[in-house]
Design a protein around this ligand. Structure first.
Ligand SMILES: *Cc1c(COP(=O)(O)O)cnc(C)c1O
Length: 453
């Protein structure tokens, strides 16, 4: 029997609207507060940082929002993206669960992030903006925004968390290739950066610090706007293209997910995949479980508090109602740079508070072991962030085996790890205790002698 492994849409079937879950949430999110006055912010307060179209989307209660044609055209460079059925992984795990994944790694920068970088660049361009600043952790967002702005003749200036700047030189090259300029953060270019360096000249940096630097440059330059790659409502909105496509693809597969799983940094790829499914929980009484998977070393969802906090370390952003570890929290330098953020988006935070989504934490070692299992089964090499979701998928597949239940799991393959091989190297060095080495050669042998189809 031939197994179907991929579910592809053609370009004409790509969704033409994004889905705004704010329309269907039982409890609406609390308003953002002005960092100075602590009063609810007005749209005008954000105009120094964001184009008006994005501010409108940030506050919109409309359920469906049109994707501009120019954005659709650029999406088609890599969209629609395929949904794969992970038959080999199912077999290796000996699970009755059916495992599907949405493959967002096929975009040119290698992750889901261009899904919002493209519309953000577009709306800035429409408003005549010529320069954008941003921050990046692992370099995924900086490369996505450099890629997107290059189509619109906008200059992109990226503050890159210093530890990643040093660990991931090829991400930097990628940004430069697409005309981005890259600065290690904390830097001497801003007050926020200089303050941190005065206290700790060896600061590894954090996303919170890099955001402060990027915002400071945008706020103090008339012609410069700021762009954020996660957390904000309009980012979640743009990312719903992932789940809207996946919904059609699951229909092609004749399945509907019982579990939707995504890695969690600020919530954009998790929200992007899960919200279109979650809406049927909210509107039709479905019971799909949506699980956000964070890094155990940066556990805002599982160990943080739900309260107003700043999005950056210097306290320049509006106060956001969110799960947070505190805006001064500097996470350890794990390989999954995209998960090193102290907070979570307001929408996902409210949904978690209301018990409508779930959260789990995965430690680095478990995540890499899961990534290696996945790569040996399916061939694709996951980004360290993506590996966290895969670890949770493997946990759920084992539970399904114990319970003997054939549940359907859909997860987001948010990015590939082809520029993260140094992290894999380090993982292999870690597991080279004798026992681990024996286990490794054992499984290699199994892979060689077992037919793989
Ligand atoms: C940035 C990133 C994440 C985490 O960010 P979210 O906004 O939570 O999606 C996950 N996976 C990859 C590959 C990333 O680049």
């Amino acid at each position: 029997m031939t197994k179907i492994r991929k579910f592809n849409l053609n370009e004409q079937e790509m969704p033409t609207q994004w889905y705004n879950i704010q329309a269907d949430m039982p409890n609406k999110i609390q308003p953002l507060l002005h960092p100075g006055t602590k009063q609810p912010i007005q749209p005008g307060d954000l105009e120094a940082l964001f184009p008006r179209a994005l501010i409108d989307q940030e506050m919109s209660a409309d359920r469906n929002i049109d994707i501009p044609e120019e954005v659709q055209e650029l999406y088609k460079i890599y969209r629609p993206t395929p949904v794969h059925r992970a038959h080999n992984l199912e077999r290796i795990l000996d699970t009755p669960a059916k495992i599907y994944f949405k493959n967002e790694s096929v975009s040119p920068p290698g992750s889901h992030k261009p899904n919002t970088a493209i519309p953000q660049a577009y709306y800035n361009y429409k408003q005549g903006i010529k320069k954008i600043t941003t921050e990046t952790g692992a370099g995924q967002w900086g490369s996505a925004l450099s890629f997107a702005t290059s189509f619109f003749g906008i200059q992109c200036k990226v503050f890159m968390v210093k530890v990643s700047y040093e660990q991931k030189p090829y991400r930097k090259s990628m940004m430069q290739l697409w005309n981005g300029s890259v600065i290690a953060s904390p830097s001497m270019e801003t007050n926020a950066g200089r303050d941190i360096l005065a206290e700790d000249p060896d600061s590894p940096g954090s996303l919170g610090i890099a955001i402060s630097e990027a915002i400071e440059v945008a706020a103090t330059h008339e012609d410069t706007m700021y762009s954020l790659g996660s957390v904000l409502n309009h980012v979640m909105l743009h990312q719903t293209i992932i789940g809207l496509e996946a919904e059609k693809q699951m229909e092609m597969a004749g399945d509907f997910p019982d579990l939707v799983i995504g890695p969690f940094g600020g919530g954009s790829n998790f929200g992007g995949l899960s919200f279109p499914f979650l809406r049927y929980n909210l509107t039709r009484g479905n019971k799909t479980r949506c699980i956000a998977v964070e890094a155990a070393s940066c556990p805002k969802l599982t160990k943080g508090k739900f309260e107003y906090d700043f999005g950056d370390s210097a306290g320049m952003t509006p106060l956001i109602p969110m799960y947070t570890l505190g805006h001064k929290f500097i996470p350890p330098s794990i390989h999954a740079g995209g998960l090193r953020y102290h907070g979570a988006g307001a929408i996902v935070s409210q949904l978690l508070q209301d018990g409508l989504i779930e959260a789990r934490a995965v430690a680095q070692h478990e995540s890499f072991s899961a990534a290696v299992t996945f790569a040996r089964a399916e061939g694709l090499i996951p980004a360290p962030e993506t590996a966290h979701a895969i670890a949770q998928v493997i946990r759920e597949a084992r539970i399904a085996r114990e319970e003997g239940i054939a549940k359907t799991i859909l997860f987001n393959f948010s990015g590939h790890g082809l520029l993260d091989m140094a992290a894999y190297d380090e993982h292999f060095r870690d597991v080279q205790s004798k026992e681990a080495a024996m286990h490794l050669s054992g499984s290699l042998l199994t892979n060689l002698v077992t037919p793989r189809v």
